[in-house]
Design a protein around this ligand. Structure first.
Ligand code: SF4
Length: 314
């Protein structure tokens, strides 16, 4: 069952050029449609600058959308106040996402004090339950964030995301600021929270090894569009879009285990200020055909769950 449904979403924002001071419009999300099923981890994969974090912020109501809709459990999330209880976010950097002046107890209690009428005792019971669910002891509640390691801080941030019992958690590069040994612990924690509490995650990462391990399904994003989506095994064992193949080819340890076609990714991601016409990948695609720079390809289906947008397929 679809829990979150994003339909034809466009998000633009304006930046100022540092030298000229001239304003430019960045087309970060361009007609993106996506469904997240209840109880799954759906990962968004793509290079830096492809629009992943902008999508996360738009879902959270942190930035305005130009057009399109974000529907959670059948309700259109037009009013940002609706977001806070239902969708929570885990940020990339646990060093900056926790207020250094607040004790852990205050950090975890604050969302409950603002959004519920629970008594102090009820709130304390909830925060003890959540801090223990992320593998920390309730004796740490009187400490400050600077007294913890990066991995422990990310556990606290995850506990904070759980206190309001959200329907979905958006995790934006939640392990990329952590040491590799700690990354594995946090990824396993997210997986066990999903299994134990039937939580739903939209997991955003540029790291395909992490994505392969944690995801039920994967959506590959390029210049603000989803260009391929499928179950984890469909994307890794049978990638269809040249961009997906190129992303997988760029991770040598994945290629040595799984023999697949190697596609070299040439050039840089084009600027989202001047989007290419037609298929947005045509400026880097080794298979580019005559119509690729004129028309945007439609969706080809390889299974009920595996779809891609490329003229190579009927
Ligand atoms: Fe390459 Fe054309 Fe497919 Fe785009 S539509 S990925 S340019 S072959």
């Amino acid at each position: 069952m679809n829990l979150l449904e994003i339909k034809d979403l466009f998000v633009d924002y304006t930046t100022k050029k540092s030298f000229t001071g001239r304003e430019q419009t960045v087309h970060a999300v361009n007609g993106l449609s996506l469904s997240v099923n209840n109880g799954e981890i759906l990962s968004i994969a793509g290079e830096s600058g492809c629009g992943k974090s902008t999508l996360a912020k738009a879902i959270m109501g942190l930035i305005p959308v130009k057009s399109g809709s974000i529907i959670l459990n059948g309700a259109d999330l037009k009013n940002p106040a609706q977001y806070y209880k239902k969708i929570q976010m885990i940020f990339q950097n646990p060093y900056s996402s926790l207020n250094p002046k607040m004790r852990i107890k205050q950090i975890l209690s604050e969302p409950l004090e603002i959004n519920t009428n629970y008594s102090k005792q009820e709130i304390y019971k909830i925060i003890v339950e959540k801090i223990e669910s992320v593998g920390l002891d309730s004796s740490i509640l009187n400490l400050y964030p600077h007294e913890f390691s990066g991995g422990q801080r990310q556990r606290i941030a995850i506990a904070r995301s759980l206190v309001l019992n959200p329907q979905i958690i958006v995790a934006d590069e939640p392990v990329s600021a952590l040491d590799v040994s700690i990354q594995a612990q946090i990824i396993n924690l997210i997986k066990s929270l999903k299994d134990n509490f039937n939580l739903t995650f939209l997991f955003i990462s540029h790291d395909l090894s992490v994505i392969k391990y944690i995801s039920d399904r994967i959506a590959v994003m390029y210049l603000g569009e989803i260009i391929e989506i499928g179950k984890t095994e469909e994307i890794f064992n049978n990638p269809k879009h040249p961009y997906t193949k190129a992303l997988l080819s760029a991770v040598p340890e994945l290629n040595s285990i799984e023999k697949r076609e190697i596609v070299k990714l040439e050039g840089e991601l084009p600027s989202a200020e001047n989007l290419p016409e037609g298929c947005k990948f045509h400026t880097r695609c080794p298979y580019m055909m005559h119509k690729c720079d004129k028309e945007n390809p439609g969706t080809s289906e390889f299974s009920e769950t595996h779809k891609c947008r490329c003229f190579l397929y009927p």
